[in-house]
Design a protein around this ligand. Structure first.
Ligand code: TRP
Ligand code: SF4
Length: 405
């Protein structure tokens, strides 16, 4: 019998394989992952199946993107010693769980997910009236539930997907969490706890189920987890019973909102590939210099002799990320009195970006030349992921009547 206890601090996140990464990804997603990998048991994967749901007509892009993306992660500091890194399609358990969850997921739940219609409208050049695309958020739910993850770092646009995932987990637990003779088994487990603890458990359970007292739920969970002479199966039963289910087979995850990257694109809009305004993680120093030199400034500052306002200038937003207080003060006074030119102002930004990217470029170059190393990392990651996911799938198959031996 597997245990849900150690996985309560698992984190799962995926990135669609749609190309190379840029500074926006670095300052948003990747820095966040790097922080999380030191705190939780993290599973990070390249979502190549998810890429196929929209890009099924160009498989060539996907294969190349998988490699590029993993090289970018590693070069940026995502650490395969701290986090499990893998490719979604190397872990068939995600697909199996997706299939099994599809049996119990009402169509209406999927049709109502806002991204379904939004993306169909946005990506008009692609035909997204497909079965696979409708199932996108359910596949994502399987990605998460397969590991019984507690947290899922995602952007704002993905919160509705996590909500669906929670509903699916709840429905699954509701349908399959009640084993035959459950109440008797729970009573038996309570007897093992001893009279005093059993009474405390019952009171706390009532306080949670009847009054929604979350503190009582936490206390009761801790009480169950402290029981030294109880089997893991009994612990799971008592944990599940606390929330009104028989057993919690799948864990409802929570979204961890990724802090928005403050980096603007070179046109002042959000940095995004589709806007053509990105600085790539592996771009060379000259390319970075060229992009910053031709970047938008305060539109009011047309001539060198015009004064400008840094608060209206996207270049200053780079200074806010990269520059010291002294440099920012120099920009402010120089810009508002027209005593420095925009090219002068941009120079420290160019230098700071290049200093940040230098070690990333260097590591990426080494990784590019060591294909075998990247392959080994992904093979080992996939092995660990399959093992973790299969633990959950064992319980799911049994619960759904598929363990016939
Ligand atoms: N849908 C996510 C996105 O577009 C990518 C993704 C796929 C994902 N599976 C996931 C994110 C599981 C978090 C967890 O960004
Ligand atoms: Fe922007 Fe700097 Fe030029 Fe002022 S001097 S407009 S802050 S680039």
């Amino acid at each position: 019998m597997s245990s849900m206890l150690p996985s309560s601090t698992r984190v799962v996140s995926g990135m669609r394989a749609t190309g190379r990464l840029h500074l926006g990804h670095y300052h948003g997603v990747l820095k966040n992952w790097i922080r999380l990998q030191g705190q939780y048991e993290c599973f990070f994967f390249v979502a190549d199946w998810h890429a196929l749901t929209t890009h099924y007509e160009d498989p060539g892009v996907i294969a190349q993107s998988v490699r590029d993306m993993v090289v970018d992660w590693l070069a940026a500091g995502v650490d395969p010693q701290s986090a499990t890194l893998f490719v979604q399609s190397d872990v068939p358990q995600h697909a199996e769980l997706h299939l099994l969850l599809s049996m119990i997921t009402p169509l209406g739940w999927l049709e109502r997910v806002p991204t379904f219609k939004d993306q169909q409208e946005k990506l008009r050049e692609r035909d997204l009236a497909t079965y696979g695309f409708l199932g996108y958020p359910l596949l994502q739910s399987a990605d998460i539930l397969a590991y019984r993850a507690a947290f899922v770092p995602v952007g704002e646009d993905q919160v509705a997907h996590i909500e669906l995932c929670r509903e699916v987990a709840r429905r699954f637990n509701y349908l399959y969490g009640r084993e035959a003779g459950f109440l008797e088994k729970a009573e038996e487990a309570l007897r093992i706890m001893g009279r005093k603890s059993a009474k405390a458990y019952k009171d706390l359970r009532e306080a949670y189920l009847e009054k929604g007292d979350k503190g009582a739920l936490e206390t009761a969970r801790a009480l169950v987890e402290r029981q030294a002479n109880m089997t893991l199966g009994d612990k799971e039963r008592l944990l599940g019973y606390l929330e009104g289910y028989g057993r919690l087979i799948l864990t409802e995850p929570q979204a961890l909102l990724t802090p928005q990257s403050k980096i603007p694109g070179v046109d002042g809009q959000k940095m995004a590939k589709s806007y053509g305004n990105v600085i790539g993680l592996r771009e060379g120093p000259d390319e970075v210099a060229r992009k910053i030199k031709t970047m938008q400034t305060d539109p009011a500052r047309k001539r060198r002799t015009d004064v400008g306002n840094p608060d209206l200038c996207p270049v200053f937003r780079f200074h806010e990320i990269y520059s010291s207080e002294d440099t920012k003060a120099w920009v402010r006074s120089g810009c508002t009195t027209a005593s420095i030119g925009c090219l002068q102002c941009k120079q420290p930004v160019i230098e700071a970006i290049n200093a940040e990217l230098a070690p990333i470029r260097e590591r990426a170059r080494e990784l590019e030349q060591d294909n075998a190393h990247v392959r080994t990392i992904l093979a080992e990651g996939a092995r660990q992921a399959r093992e973790a996911a299969d633990d959950t799938l064992g319980d799911v198959r049994r619960a759904m009547g598929l363990a016939w031996e």
